[in-house]
Design a protein around this ligand. Structure first.
Ligand code: SAH
Ligand code: DHB
Ligand code: MG
Length: 222
């Protein structure tokens, strides 16, 4: 048991439950060609995000951390024709690769990428007084997670879902003495989820092609 088996099972589940998907395969290939790091969510996780958005009946989704647009494509596909996904990305190069991938996936009318540090983009987004987001997917720098959660709370409504990737980190999340800023970031994030009077949340630990990690899911209370 271990990584080899998790990868094999993820391959099996991906073939069975996701299958061939030209737009997603091309998005992954283009990201690889451009030298982006291979850190998108897995196919099974992408479908999980899609199912969450569909189950919510989401019309508006906010993503923090676009990379090559892989998870954005999954979530955008769950939205109705007039739905909207805003994705924040620090790196202009990542955003450019993502734009091409989103165009090839036929989602130009749905996905809007905003380039810049999420810490600067989020206050701008909040100042626009647009409709609240039904779902937020936090997947950028882990040290920023506590701040991103505060902004997510300002940008959502009762019943919205706030999802955060990579919160288990090979088990390191349980180490309260860790000096790793990524571990400290996700620990603070989860402590905030646990303590916040307007949130109820949990973490699903995951194993698969991306190793041992986990997704946090929190619901904004009425
Ligand atoms: N959600 C993507 C993966 C995101 S990887 C997927 O699953 O397909 C994390 C991304 O966050 C990287 O592209 C990185 O450039 C971006 N990022 C890191 N720090 C950021 C910040 N402060 N603001 C916005 N984006 C950031
Ligand atoms: C990293 C970031 C991610 O969002 C992820 O899913 C895996 C790894 C990273 O920065 O190493
Ligand atoms: Mg991630």
């Amino acid at each position: 048991m271990g990584q080899a088996q998790w990868t094999e099972v993820d391959g099996f589940l991906g073939s069975l439950l996701v299958g061939e998907d030209p737009a997603l395969a091309e998005a992954t290939a283009a990201a690889q060609r451009a030298g982006l790091p291979p850190i998108s969510v897995s196919p099974a996780q992408g479908k999980f995000l899609y199912l969450l958005a569909k189950t919510l009946g989401a019309r508006r989704v906010l993503e923090i951390g676009t990379l090559g647009g892989y998870s954005a494509i999954w979530m955008a596909r769950a939205l109705p024709a007039d739905g909207h996904l805003v994705s924040l990305e620090y790196s202009p190069r990542h955003a450019e690769v993502a734009s091409g991938n989103i165009a090839r996936a036929g989602l130009v009318g749905t996905v809007e990428i905003r380039v810049g540090d999420a810490r600067e983009q989020l206050p701008k987004l909040a100042a626009e007084s647009a409709d609240p987001f039904d779902m937020v997917f936090i997947d950028a720098d882990k040290g920023g997670y506590p701040a991103y959660l505060e902004w997510a709370l300002k940008l959502t409504r009762p019943g919205s879902l706030i999802v955060a990737d990579n919160v288990v980190r090979g088990g390191a999340v349980a180490d309260g003495l860790s000096r790793d800023p990524n571990v400290q970031g996700v620990r603070s994030y989860l402590e905030q989820v646990a303590a916040h009077p307007r949130l109820e949340g949990t973490v699903m630990q995951t194993v698969g092609v991306k190793g041992y990690d986990g997704l946090s899911i929190a619901r904004v209370l009425e």
